[in-house]
Design a protein around this ligand. Structure first.
Ligand code: FAD
Length: 418
C-alpha cells in the first residue's frame, strides 16, 4: 500500500487507501468506502496522479450505489461499466456476515453484488482499479440530421483501436434550437458559424466525444483528433469544441446542478426512463420514438450512445441485451410543474407509450435502473438469470431484509433458512 489519506465529507470520515502506483507493474487501485461519493474518490486519487477508469455522468453518487446498478458513461465502450472495474468488495450480507470477495474469493457473492440492486449485502468497501489521470480533455460536439450516419459513426468510433476516450450522444427534438439546455457548462469556442446553425425543425443528433491529453502533447492530440474527425459525417458547420481540465469534464453535470438548484429546478420529480436497446432494433426504435411519440426534448436530455457487450462481465447481476452492440437510451425528464407538458403525468404517459411500443414491436430492450413493482416484472427482466438471482437471495439474505424498496422480494415470501 502506498499511502492512506483521510477526507472529511459531511461529517463522514472516509478512508481511501491507495495501492500500487502509476507506471509500476502492479495495477494501481483505491479502497473506497461504499458510502464514499465518486467525486471524493476522484479528488483523493488525483492527488496521486491517478483516477478510476470508468464513470457515471454525475459524480455525486455513492460507490456502493452505482456498483449496485452498473455505472455507465461515455468511457464504458472502452473500459466497460464501473462494475467491470472493481477488483474486490467488502460486503455485509443479509445474514450479518462481513465477507471479503473478489473474482477469486467468494466469487459468487462478488458477482452477485455487482449490479445486484443491494439484494445480497451492503457494499462497505470497494477496491477500484485506477489508471494515470490525464490532465486535460478536448471536448467536442458535432451534429447530425441523419440517424443512420450518426449511429454508424458512433459504432465505428467505439469499435476502432485508435479512437476517443469518451463517446456519448444525445437527441435534440425541440425542432428550433441548437443544443438542449442541459450541460450548459459546455462553452463552444469556435467556429463562430456553429453558433448560428439552425435546425430547421429537424430532429438532430449530437455526437459528444473527448480526447484526453497532457498540455505538452497538445499538438499530437490535435493531429489525432483531426484524423478522427475527418472520418465522420457530421454537418460540417456544427463543430463545437473546447478544452477543460479532466476534473472539470468529469464533474460537468455538477456545474449544471448548481445552476438548476439556483433556479429551484433540481429538486423536482425526475421520471427517468433508461433503456438498453439492441443494435438490430435501434433504427426502428428511433423512427417511432423520435419521429412520432416525442414532440420535443425540452423536459430534459435524451442520451443515446452505443456500448459493447464484450466489456461487460456476464457473471454480474446486471441484465443487458444479448447483442454485442447495444445502445443506452436515457430519457432524463424533469417534471417541474403540476400540470401540462412539464408535469409528472405527462412524462410518465410518454414513458408508457415508449415502453408500450417496445413491447409490441419486440424491440428486445432491457431497462436500466428499472422501477419495476412486482416480482413477476422482475422475473421477466432477469429472464434465464432469475434462478441465479433468487438462489443468491436465499443464500445471502434469507430473510429478505435488504433493499425492500426495489420490490423484488417481499419479506414474507421467503422461508426461514438455516
Ligand atoms: C443525477 C443522477 C445522475 C445519474 N447518472 C448516472 C449515470 O450517468 N450512469 C449510471 O449508470 N447511473 C446514473 N445514475 C443512477 C445511479 O447509478 C443510481 O441512482 C445509484 O443507485 C445512485 O447511487 P446512490 O448513492 O444515490 O444510491 P441510493 O439512491 O442511495 O441507493 C439506491 C439503491 O442502490 C443500492 N445501494 C446503494 N448503496 C448501496 C451499498 N453501499 N451497498 C449495496 N447496495 C447499495 C440499494 O439497492 C439502494 O436502494 C444517476 C443518478 C442520479 C440521481
Amino acid at each position: 500500500m502506498v499511502r492512506v489519506s483521510v477526507v472529511c465529507c459531511l461529517k463522514l470520515l472516509l478512508l481511501l487507501a491507495l495501492g500500487g502506483h502509476a507506471g509500476a507493474d502492479a495495477p494501481a487501485y483505491v479502497d473506497a468506502p461504499g458510502g464514499a461519493l465518486w467525486i471524493n474518490v476522484l479528488h483523493e486519487t488525483l492527488k496521486h496522479g491517478l483516477a478510476p477508469k470508468s464513470w457515471t455522468d454525475y459524480l455525486h453518487l455513492t460507490v456502493g450505489g452505482t456498483l449496485s446498478n452498473a455505472g455507465v458513461s461515455g468511457q464504458a465502450f472502452r473500459q466497460g461499466p464501473q462494475v467491470s472495474n472493481v477488483n474486490q468488495l467488502e460486503i455485509v450480507t443479509g445474514r450479518g456476515d462481513v465477507v471479503t470477495c473478489s473474482p477469486d474469493e467468494n466469487s459468487d457473492l462478488f458477482y452477485g453484488a455487482l449490479g445486484g440492486l443491494g439484494q445480497f449485502g451492503i457494499i462497505t468497501r470497494a477496491r477500484i482499479a485506477l489508471q494515470p489521470a490525464p490532465k486535460m480533455v478536448r471536448w467536442i460536439r458535432v451534429l447530425y440530421s441523419d440517424f443512420a450516419s450518426f449511429t454508424e459513426d458512433q459504432e465505428a468510433l467505439i469499435s476502432a483501436d485508435e479512437t476517443f476516450d469518451y463517446i456519448e450522444g444525445f437527441v435534440i427534438i425541440n425542432r428550433t434550437g441548437i443544443l438542449n439546455n442541459w450541460r450548459t457548462s459546455f462553452k463552444p469556442q469556435d467556429p463562430v458559424q456553429a453558433s448560428h446553425f439552425q435546425s430547421d425543425g429537424k430532429v438532430l443528433y449530437c455526437l459528444e466525444m473527448t480526447k484526453n491529453f497532457d498540455p505538452e502533447e497538445a499538438d499530437i492530440m490535435e493531429q489525432e483528433v483531426g484524423v478522427l474527425l475527418s472520418r465522420l459525417r457530421y454537418i460540417q458547420s456544427t463543430l463545437f469544441h473546447t478544452h477543460v481540465t479532466y476534473l472539470e469534464f468529469l464533474d460537468r453535470v455538477h456545474s449544471s446542478e448548481l445552476k438548476l438548484r439556483a433556479q429551484g429546478l433540481w429538486e423536482v420529480p425526475h421520471p427517468w426512463l433508461n433503456l438498453l436497446i439492441p443494435r438490430s432494433t435501434i433504427h426502428r426504435f428511433a423512427t417511432e420514438v423520435f419521429g412520432n411519440i416525442l414532440k420535443d426534448s425540452n423536459n430534459g436530455p435524451i442520451l443515446l450512445y452505443p456500448v459493447n457487450r464484450s466489456k461487460w462481465d456476464n457473471r454480474t447481476s446486471v441484465v443487458i441485451p444479448e447483442e454485442e452492440i447495444f445502445y443506452l437510451v436515457g430519457f432524463l425528464s424533469s417534471a417541474p410543474s403540476a400540470s401540462g407538458h412539464g408535469s409528472v403525468d405527462h412524462a410518465v404517459s410518454l414513458n408508457d407509450k415508449i415502453l408500450d411500443f417496445c413491447d409490441k414491436a419486440g424491440v428486445g430492450m432491457k431497462q436500466y435502473l428499472a422501477p419495476y413493482t412486482t416480482q413477476q416484472q422482475w422475473k421477466a427482466h432477469f429472464g434465464a438469470r432469475w434462478e441465479t438471482f433468487e438462489r443468491r437471495k436465499h443464500m445471502y439474505d434469507p430473510l429478505a431484509i435488504l433493499a425492500p424498496g426495489q420490490r423484488i422480494f417481499a419479506k414474507a415470501s421467503l422461508p426461514m433458512s438455516s
